[in-house]
Design a protein around this ligand. Structure first.
Ligand SMILES: Cc1ncc(COP(=O)(O)O)c(C=O)c1O
Length: 410
């Protein structure tokens, strides 16, 4: 049993330096600023918003992302996220959960059960999935309403979805529309490749391409059924960070919906896009220094692959020391992280924003001693946070004010 899970509440009111390590620390003021900013952008544009809840999978952050019920739909990547979010359905602030993976048979009975409590929507990108829905539908008695589905469009990330030019796309649309088991609610894309953007212009271009791609796909349906109301769902955290630049004008029958998930916390991957500042990162990992090695100018901490993840970005290593950004986790094994000196263009940028206690040529033995606590910025908040059982939520002074327990499992 994880120690924090049993004892987290006893840390409320205490400084983070007293936390057990490794621990995940969340800044509530930063989370609040990040979520408010996006809600304002969405409001100004007059579009709807569907947060993805896969990053900080918990009731408290999801409630914040929804603006306390101002927006009432989410997208999830696991069944467990729908189960967790049912608390918000019971609170009366959530109506719709989109299961974000293309549907496969094993998930269907679970989703059917969950659909007794909340409207569940499915993602489709293959005619075989329609067969599966029909088989399930045929066995059902009494018959449920047809599944409300999004057709997944690939706008360049080549993970899931059909390209708009694929001859399979119009066929799939027709197949769904003629099925008693499904009805098209909208068209959805996730521009994972937007993470390669390094300027606002580049991210805005990906956003425009997303809208154009799903809009084009939707036209296959609208050309057949001109009065059909359709949702066009676009987004990712980098494109959400520039959503205010959106200029597209869409036919009246198309409702534009933005989705994004990582933006409440951000991370080094998001800072690397240059669309957010280092101070907009709400997530840090606290670790202990376990040893120092002057001969190789390195130190050992108790946060390795499990506590941090093997994700990378333009920032060197697997995590950067917050107050000494030239030091980062250069190598890892399961529970060991090696801090080494790795000055780079990106770490210089961090230093400009956050300052640094270190100067060039610093020795590990003068920077760290056994028992020091280090705080690290992480490369990818979604994967790192999935490893932790408790989120320690702090104020501006890094005093723990709340503890949030995330939804775990699949
Ligand atoms: C299907 C889908 N939609 C939306 C998102 C949210 O993207 P981001 O985390 O960049 O905000 C993700 C994230 O992986 C996703 O898989």
């Amino acid at each position: 049993m994880d120690y924090s899970l049993q004892n987290h509440k006893s840390y409320i009111g205490r400084p983070i330096t007293e936390l057990p390590t490794p621990s995940l620390v969340l800044s509530k003021p930063v989370l609040e600023r990040n979520t408010k900013l996006l809600l304002e952008d969405v409001k100004k544009l007059g579009i709807t918003f569907r947060p993805h809840v896969k990053t900080l999978k918990c009731t408290e952050v999801t409630r914040m992302m929804l603006g306390d019920g101002l927006h009432r739909k989410i997208v999830v990547s696991t069944l467990c996220e729908i189960r967790g979010a049912l608390e918000l359905v019971n609170e009366g602030i959530l109506d719709e959960c989109l299961y974000g993976l293309p549907i496969f048979p094993g998930a269907l009975p679970h989703l059917h059960n969950l659909s007794q409590s909340v409207k569940v929507q499915l993602m489709i990108d293959n005619e075989q999935q329609v067969d599966i829905l029909e088989n399930y539908f045929e066995k059902m008695s009494p018959k449920a309403a047809p599944w409300s589905v999004f057709v997944k469009i690939d706008v360049g990330s080549h993970r899931a979805g059909l390209m708009t030019e694929s001859p399979s796309l119009p066929k799939l649309i027709q197949r769904i529309e003629s099925s008693p088991a499904a009805t098209i609610h909208g068209f959805y894309c996730h521009a994972g490749h937007s993470y390669a953007s390094r300027t606002e212009d580049a991210a805005a271009a990906v956003l425009e391409a997303e809208v154009e791609g799903v809009g084009k796909a939707a036209k296959f349906l609208i050309n057949e059924k001109p009065d059909r109301q359709i949702v066009i769902s676009v987004g990712s955290t980098p494109t959400a960070h520039v959503v205010r630049r959106l200029q597209a004008t869409l036919p009246e029958v198309m409702e534009l919906e933005l989705h994004a998930g990582c933006y409440p916390s951000n991370d080094l991957q998001q800072v690397a896009t240059s669309l957010v500042t280092p101070e907009q990162q709400a997530i840090r990992i606290l670790a202990d220094v376990c040893s120092v090695y002057p001969g190789r100018n390195e130190a050992l901490i108790n946060a390795g692959t499990v506590a941090l993840s093997k994700e990378s970005s333009d920032f060197p290593g697997y995590g950067t020391v917050v107050d000494r950004p030239q030091w980062c986790v250069v190598r890892m094994s399961q529970e060991h992280g090696i801090l080494g000196w790795a000055e780079s263009e990106q770490t210089t940028r961090l230093m400009e924003h956050t300052g640094s206690k270190s100067s060039t040529g610093e020795k590990a033995e003068s920077a760290f001693k056994v028992g020091d606590k280090v705080l690290l910025y992480v490369q990818h908040a979604c994967i790192t946070s999935a490893q932790h059982f408790v989120y320690y939520v702090v104020d501006e002074q890094d005093i723990v004010r709340e503890t949030w327990v995330p939804w775990k499992g699949w």
